[in-house]
Design a protein around this ligand. Sequence first.
Ligand code: RIB
Length: 310
Amino acid sequence: MAHRIAVVGSNMTDLVTSIIRMPVPGETLEAPSFSMGFGGKGANQAVAAGRLGADVMMVTKVGDDVFGQSTIKNLKENGIDITHVGTVAGKSSGVAPIFVDESGENSILIIKGANNELKPADIDAAAEDLKRCDLILMQLEVPLETVYYTIAFADRHGIETILNPAPAAPNLDSSKVIKATFLIPNETELALLTGLPTDTDAEIEDAARSLIAKGIRTVIVTLGSRGARLITADSSTLIEPLKVKPKDTTGAGDAFIGSFARFYVATGELEASLKKAALYAADSITREGTQKSYATLEEFNTFVGQLPPK
Ligand code: RIB
């Protein structure tokens, strides 16, 4: 039986424009192409885990608009349990205008809409199903009070948690998040959370260690094209990236986290799961789109099978 993962988090509709450059204020500029896709850090992580065969449940809110309906349909089509997906009357669904340049780098705006309505009461309503999960994933595109409440709930019930503190939130209370099992920030989010510089590898390690000293067990810092660093009380390990030619890096961090969650719940092996997650994320950036670029288990196995031996 597949291990069960819950995602308490956001969903968005990604409005993706490919650009040569951003217009300056007052300028109108033609862009080469536009496409829509399903996104939101929570839904992305849920879909990555689901496509790899995990049994995934999502706790999220959509608006009562066409984006909300298609988001629910998309989650269902990806095999995600939508029992705890609510629709908020009179609110728009979350949307994310995204600009992707020729190097594959992205800039993202988010309008959270109904995601702002995911409240602690929704965690209470999903409590019995959440208790049956092996792991709960969270990000910061829903209210912080809900994230804190979920971490405390999971801690009380002995459920492991991953907190991806993204997008960076200046007012995140580190005393509340240290109860998470895994914290997965990027360098910017780590700096904001600790108030420490994260410009060099040594600084990143010191900042992560300051959180470990406060009680968090494991910090995994994502470093973009430089891979990721796994830091525990007694180790610091670089998770090497796989070098690929990027087409679109949007959602690569979510591919990494969602796939890590799936590999980790299935095996309990931390480092091996992170190495596989790095490959999954690398594969995703060779294709355009966010969730569109996430491989199924079969596609991922084919990709790994074609890699040159190390
Ligand atoms: O992490 C990428 C995601 O951030 C996009 O899908 C967008 O919706 C924003 O939430």
